[in-house]
Design a protein around this ligand. Sequence first.
Ligand code: HEC
Ligand code: HEC
Length: 158
Amino acid sequence: MQARTLIALLCLVTSALAMAQTVPFYDPARGVTPIADEAKPPPIGNEENRDIRRTRAYSMQPPTIPHKIDNYRVDKNFNQCMFCHARSRAEETQAVPLSVTHYMDRQGNVLAEVSPRRYFCQQCHVPQMDVKLVVPSNFEDIDTVLRQSRQSSSSKKK
Ligand code: HEC
Ligand code: HEC
């Protein structure tokens, strides 16, 4: 009986100790700055401007922007992206014209002009910066996954 109470007491004390031990706060984006404080933002990276279209990670990915977009105006009166990316401007600018999905409304009707829900390009398309990844990623695209599964199934057959 006494031994049991002793064990129970010991358990209580150790769990209380474990709770009291403060784990230092760490977040990949904020560092050690507590949630309630304002973290010092890292310096803004350089926008990549190589003009080379990048591989899409999956077929429906909005392609990332391979050029600088500093000071490009996009508001209710003017859309500078369309100055080059509109269907009618492609020949002169050699920019990739918007695909048909940008002209579709929610019901799938194809409109004459860019659909309002695709008007603000940077909702989906973003330039890339030459910076260290904040959160590591182990994403593999579907081709890699399929190749691996084919390899493993063919090695099982042998
Ligand atoms: C001065 C002309 C011009 C303007 C303005 C412009 N672009 Fe481009 N954009 C291009 C050209 C040309 C390409 C082809 C690759 C290259 O040369 O950079 C391109 C490529 C892209 C691509 C890659 C397409 C793909 O299939 O990989 C995206 C996305 C894009 N632009 C988005 C934008 C957005 C969003 C804006 C407005 C903030 C914008 N562009 C403004 C000329 C322009
Ligand atoms: C709601 C998200 C969204 C918005 C807003 C949007 N796009 Fe896209 N965009 C996509 C997706 C998704 C794709 C790839 C699949 C497709 O073509 O629909 C794409 C593809 C593209 C491509 C490549 C077309 C091709 O044939 O390879 C260009 C260029 C582009 N967008 C430019 C723009 C510009 C310029 C704007 C602003 C006028 C814009 N997008 C607004 C989601 C968006």
